[in-house]
Design a protein around this ligand. Structure first.
Ligand code: CP
Length: 302
């Protein structure tokens, strides 16, 4: 079955087929307005979401289909103690594909072993967020292109699942990657190992100033407060690695600033007014990219 669990499993050809289809759909959304009429997408969100959940819903509806939503966890039978395995085995009978977000790393892989319909990982703890990566890559392709690309990824590299997914995918596009974080939030050893194994061209830094002027894309991330086992550890790094318009004076004129959102304080509002800011466009790209992904998966073409 065509489950989407990790960016590690997406080849460059897979990624390009989604991005190409997304570009076709963005150019002519009416052409696919009834393409998946009568089909249903099951939504299982065990963690909060605005962008991923709403853009998957919008995508399915813009393809002519609809959603069935488990709703908030505390109003579902999870509250009565139902296991994840039983939950997905039940809900697969109500839908043609499932989208699942869960706080536990590895949960999407585990759940996928219990279902016969495609299951899409919409974020598993600090693990992976492969569909965010697809819209990130779409945004990069539209704004900077993949040729001779240098990307800085800054912030919470330890718990940031969008980072773990994006770093793998950028490796398939031969991008030079600079990872900027406090010592305590560096890439996990397993992610670093996998990137080295995949042949990543990468360096790690603690100061953005060391690399800012070489970057084509700066991907800023939020410190993931909800993932810290110890609140004191979070307080030590909260508020670090912020940028504002003045910071970007040292950057290339055509630097693209991205962020998976939500942001807290890591990008000052004055950056929004600059030509560097692409994070709202990036969030909006979630709809055509997820339409493309759903279309390819529901047609069995990925
Ligand atoms: N980027 C992202 O995953 O946002 P949400 O948590 O709002 O879905």
């Amino acid at each position: 079955q065509d489950h989407i669990i990790s960016a590690k499993h997406l080849s460059r050809a897979d990624i390009e087929s989604v991005l190409d289809r997304a570009a076709e759909i963005a150019a002519d959304p009416e052409a696919v307005a009834d393409r998946h009429a009568g089909q249903l997408l099951g939504m299982l969100f065990f963690e909060p979401s605005t962008r991923t959940k709403m853009s998957f819903s919008a995508a399915m509806k813009r393809l002519g289909g609809d959603i069935v939503d488990m709703g908030p966890v505390d109003q579902s039978s999870v509250k009565k103690g139902e296991s994840l395995a039983d939950t997905v085995r039940v809900v697969e009978g109500y839908a043609d594909a499932l989208v699942m977000r869960h706080p536990l790393e590895g949960s999407a892989k585990m759940a996928s072993e219990f279902v016969d319909v495609p299951l899409i990982n919409a974020g598993d703890g600090a693990g992976q967020h492969p569909t965010q990566t697809l819209l990130d890559l779409y945004t990069i392709r539209e704004s900077a292109g993949f040729s001779d690309l240098t990307v800085g990824i800054m912030g919470d590299l330890k718990y940031g699942r969008t980072v773990h997914s994006l770093a793998h995918a950028l490796t398939t596009f031969d991008a030079q990657q600079h990872f900027v974080s406090p010592e305590s939030l560096k890439l996990p050893r397993g992610v670093r190992y996998d990137l080295h194994e995949a042949g990543a061209s990468m360096r790690e830094h603690t100061e953005l100033e060391e690399v800012l002027d070489s970057l084509d894309v700066l991907y800023v991330t939020r410190i993931q407060a909800e993932r810290f086992p110890d609140e004191d550890e979070y307080r030590k790094v909260a508020g670090e690695y912020q940028i504002d318009a003045e910071t970007l004076a040292a950057a290339k004129d055509d630097l693209v600033v991205m962020h998976p959102l939500p942001r807290v304080d890591e990008i000052a509002p004055d950056v929004d007014e600059t030509d560097h800011a692409r994070y709202f466009e990036q969030a909006h790209n979630g709809v055509p990219v997820r339409m493309a992904l759903l279309d390819l998966i529901l047609e069995g073409n990925l």
